[in-house]
Ligand binder design. Structure first.
Ligand SMILES: [Fe+2]
Ligand SMILES: [Fe+2]
Length: 127
């Protein structure tokens, strides 16, 4: 999406994506991915919590749907990490969860970012 980073000042999606890419790189190199798996799981949990606090603090109207998506995604992340670093299906699982995370960022987080941007920049005459 064009300009995603510049529209995304509140959310650490660059870090999230980098962690997933780092995890794939570690798997690709054949090194032990135990620490990267833990880092991805911990960051995902904390990222979702931070986003949910942000939604609460700003009175975001779609918080219930968004939170349910986080629960679904976190379940996928936890299941992926539970496979363990030696599971031959892990790279495919990581790629699948990463794709789901990117879809969430584009579609679900994108609506939140637009909402926050509108709150920060009300239309002329409504400030
Ligand atoms: Fe997010
Ligand atoms: Fe989200």
């Amino acid at each position: 999406m064009e300009g995603k980073d510049s529209r995304d000042p509140h959310l650490d999606h660059g870090i999230q994506d980098a962690l997933f890419r780092g995890l794939l790189a570690v798997l690709d190199s054949g090194q032990d991915a135990t620490e990267m798996l833990a880092a991805v799981e911990n960051f995902s949990r904390r990222h979702f919590e931070a986003e949910e606090h942000l939604m609460e603090n700003h009175g975001y109207p779609n918080i219930d749907e968004h939170r349910a998506e986080h629960h679904r995604l976190l379940d996928e992340v936890v299941a992926m990490c539970a496979l363990g670093p030696a599971d031959p299906g892990l790279p495919e699982a990581v790629a699948r969860v990463m794709a789901g995370m990117r879809t969430h960022i584009d579609e679900v987080d994108g609506k939140l970012v637009a909402f926050l941007a509108a709150q920060e920049s009300p239309p002329p005459g409504r400030a």
